[in-house]
Design a protein around this ligand. Sequence first.
Ligand code: GUN
Length: 302
Amino acid sequence: MLKYQILPYMKLLDGKQTAQELQQKIALEVKALQEAGGKTPHLAAILVGNDGASESYVGGKVQDCENVGFKSTLIRLPDSVSEAELLAQIHALNEDADVDGFIVQLPLPKHINAEKVTQAIAPEKDVDGFHPINVGRMAKGLPAYISATPFGILKLLEHYNINLAGKHAVVLGRSQIVGSPMSILLARNAPVGNCTVTLCHSKTQDIAKHTLQADVIVVALGIPEFLKGDMVREGAIVIDVGITRVADSSKKSGFRLVGDVHFESVAPKCDYITPVPGGVGPMTRVALLYNTLSSAKKEFYA
Ligand code: GUN
């Protein structure tokens, strides 16, 4: 904690605090829905296998549902589950009128085709926003479920009243879940948007040349402490999406969480920066709640 307190010149974008405030707002909306005779929003999650990080993410999502008054259902399937069995479970959730939205936690075992799974989820229940219909609608600026991590980042920037219009945003990483949608969303003509966007990836030559020109940098590479202080200009806004478990015998858990940004060297140059943990992670979780609430209210699909 101390490392943040000794850096008064930059502003920490506190995702943990912001997510708690937004959860309180969602809880009030749930109460209002119920009092008006509407249904209680219901999120389901399918978890295949016992990967530690996935267990922890899904556990967090279930806890969040409890916090805001949503119903939640966790469906656990063994690592050995066949693709056909998983698809059958997805079809059952598609048909279950009480379930507003559901997710299949990724990654999946190698014998299962994740793209086939993604496309089996009914678009109107795809609260992860991974289905091509939702990705396409998002890209066209139509109402759609937006992938939770980029959506959470937009909510965080909005919460801090950060105006991005006309800024140069550099996104590092072109994943389908974060980097690609983030680059599209930042360029949109929307309240948090209107950026000039550069998308860098593994074939980009001289990444520092781009990041040194950036007003906003979103780092989503999954490479611990990739972005160093000498790659960032004074006054930048830095959003760290990375969260890698690095072995640490001094911790009870046996690991610590490390972002894609070398915080100590980057933070002193920034106007705003997200910490890890407590930055993008909690915002991703609250974004999933927003998508589920939108589904319960049938905001995007009749
Ligand atoms: N694995 C890592 N992030 C995510 C996510 O946002 N959704 C799902 N379903 N799996 C993930």
